[in-house]
Ligand binder design. Sequence first.
Ligand code: AMP
Length: 414
Amino acid sequence: MTFKQFSLDKRIMDAIKASGYTAPTPIQSRSIPKILKGHDVMGLAQTGTGKTAAFTIPILQNLLTGQNRQLRALILAPTRELAEQIHLTSVSLGKGTGLRSIAIYGGVSKNSQVSKLRKGVNIAIACPGRLLDLVGDKHIDLSHIKILVLDEADRMCDMGFIPDIRRIIKLLPTQRQTLCFAATMPDDIKNLTNKILKEPVRIQVGKMAPTKSVAHTLYPVPQALKKSLLFAMLKQTPTGRLLIFTRTKYRARNLARDLAKRGYRAEALQGNMSQNKRQRAIDGFRGNKYDILVATDVASRGIDVVDISHVINYDIPDSSETYTHRIGRTGRANKTGEAFTFASTEDTRLVREIEQALGSPIERRTLQDFKYGNFVPEKQFQGKYSKQKPSALSRRRRRKRRTRHKPKKTHTRS
Ligand code: AMP
């Protein structure tokens, strides 16, 4: 399938081309025609499948006709990072159409959001709390909304946004198109979508399991040795951009600081940082200022960096859904990636849950020449063990690097 088949406006086609998209991804092939025709859609798709453009492209197309500068599309997102990310996609794909979009989220002053709203916007991408604030202050009029999108609805549910979403829906015209995207389908979302979607077209892309273009590896290690294992691993494994997940904000901050002390270009991304600092961290990661980002789950939503070669679960995620979300940051849009998970004995239940979601056991590895002390990794988590050796991806990267004119170091080593 090609984008031509959707008969999109030339300005949108030009923007798609400029974004480097040559062919629609599966979720795009299936959603775009339905959304263009005005159907409600329930999309089950993981992050990394191209779902943002799957709803942004037809929204832009459908808004081309109609009143200019009237707010007609509302996209609800769980975090500021994701709202900002969708806004960027909307700006780049809508470039040339004259349609304007705004990202609305808390943690920053209302002034610039209010002044943008006054000038007139067509698409609002909003976190529920701040949106309700602005509605309360009468800065935003939702009475002309024609399209509502709930993006990462399962995550909004996890974060307790369902009551706010219900409140927002009451403010919208009943005659509208509603689209809902989620990676998983918990009961709360089922109940909500049964009420608000009208005869939705159900689109599921891939299995409800982590992205296939990612190689998964488990490294058994006791808590106390995690940091030394990570440092040893970074010395042995050539990586490109690396995203490390920790369970708490405190651990993210400390680990990023320790990595920076060792000479790595690393930054943290966690909820205690101001919005400006978080944005600087993401921009720095995207723009090659940092090679390593150490993030917590909530803060990492919406990181859209295509070239993440490795995701390291320094702390195991708290569910297989979170694993899917984390791993969705690598192996994006037809690239391959690697996911390393550090697991200690107390993580056995979660390892089993993740393997069930994957549908196969995760390869166990030990790091060659690493001093595990009394800990015998091979005795943990029954399964086949192999010694860490450069993976296919790493070998390819090495070869590529050797053939470059001047080899570029991905990390500054201490
Ligand atoms: P998403 O699932 O929306 O977070 O998108 C994942 C990544 O895929 C983003 O970096 C998009 O820019 C990229 N992407 C979206 N659509 C396409 C496409 N048709 N071809 C190539 N990359 C795409």
